[in-house]
Design a protein around this ligand. Structure first.
Ligand SMILES: Nc1ncnc2c1ncn2[C@@H]1O[C@H](COP(=O)(O)OP(=O)(O)O)[C@@H](O)[C@H]1O
Ligand code: SF4
Ligand SMILES: [Mg+2]
Length: 309
């Protein structure tokens, strides 16, 4: 359904995404993980033709055989309204605070489906029930600020589902929520994907969230997909030194961690765009790097010179 190849995004300062390749089948759930600044949001936005103004996007994104890179804005907008939907981290910014929840969800239904106001409101109530909000008919009259963070995120998911998308892209959808509420939202996303046979891309820096929801996982670092595979395999036996570092930094994945111990992290940060090394983006932070890592870009899966030998 989705086939991404050679997808690159260039800013003045440098290449923020370098030849990404991904595929996604109908109903499949893909996780995209990596530290902050590794290019996750940019990848998600580029799939929808929503990269920032200053970005130069090249390569190919095919959705059901239709090329989206360089497609006219009208075609992209109709696709975004109807077949691909996106959910972001902060539900408040996605919801117009001046509109009642019912009208927010009814609007795309009237616009894209030509439903009457009454029929659209009925459908909106059904969607609110589907995302697990109790008392959906009463909710229609509420404003976003009258709801909790978790309830608001359910509303943005209902809004995203309004036109029955084939693909939902969720970018850090639970980062602003507390742990228990986050877990419920993640389970909801997984269940919706199963029930509706809707493909899901979950973007997160949190490997526990990815493990909970996805079948396959791509690890992003400095704009490179450094490793991808079945989620369980990548998490149980990571092959790229960066993935190994990420997982070592989150021991809660495997055993119960002593909460008095500080969380270990990979030393250093993702360098700024202009400072990324030309070869392996992880060189300079990698504990096992080789002399040519800095200058020669590794290919393959995992993309690492250690694996090539
Ligand atoms: N509008 C922009 N102009 C210049 N650089 C940008 C812009 N948006 C993102 N970037 C750069 O692209 C890289 C990836 O950012 P982002 O996709 O937001 O990372 P993540 O979502 O993984 O935290 C970063 O180096 C960031 O500085
Ligand atoms: S290519 Fe070199 S620097 Fe990059 S992860 Fe592999 S060993 Fe480390
Ligand atoms: Mg991001």
């Amino acid at each position: 359904m989705l086939e991404v190849s050679g997808l690159s995004v260039a800013f003045k300062a440098g290449l923020a995404l370098r030849g990404a390749a991904l595929t996604l089948a109908k109903g499949e759930r893909l996780g995209i993980a990596g530290e902050s600044g590794s290019g996750k949001t940019l990848l998600g936005l580029s799939l929808l033709g929503m990269a920032p103004e200053a970005a130069h996007v090249t390569g190919s994104v095919q959705f059901d055989g239709q090329e989206l890179v360089g497609a006219p804005e009208t075609a992209l907008r109709s696709l975004r309204g109807q077949r691909i939907a996106m959910v972001f981290q902060e539900p408040l910014s996605a919801l117009n605070p001046l509109r009642r929840v019912g009208d927010l969800i009814a609007e795309p239904l009237r616009l894209h489906r030509g439903l009457s106001r009454a029929a659209a409101l009925d459908r909106a109530a059904a969607l609110l029930a589907e995302v697990g909000l109790p008392d959906p008919t009463a909710r229609l009259r509420q404003y976003p600020h009258e709801m909790s963070g978790g309830q608001r995120q359910r509303v943005t998911i209902a809004l995203a589902l309004a036109c029955d998308p084939d693909l939902l892209i969720a970018d850090e959808p639970t980062t602003a929520l507390d742990v228990q509420v986050a877990a419920h939202i993640l389970d909801l996303l997984r269940d919706l994907s199963t029930r509706r046979r809707m493909a899901l891309i979950l973007i997160s820096h949190d490997l526990r969230a990815i493990a909970r929801v996805t079948d396959r996982l791509a690890i992003l670092y400095g704009g490179d997909i450094v490793e991808q595979g079945p989620t369980a395999d990548v998490l149980a036996a990571p092959r790229h030194p960066y993935t190994q570092g990420l997982i070592a930094a989150r021991p809660v994945l495997s055993a119960s961690r002593d909460r008095r111990q500080p969380l270990p992290t990979i030393p250093g940060n993702v360098p700024a765009l202009a400072d990324l090394p030309p070869g392996c983006r992880f060189s300079g932070r990698c504990p096992v790097e080789l002399p040519h890592c800095h200058s020669t870009r590794p290919t393959g899966n995992p993309a690492c010179h250690r694996e090539a030998t």
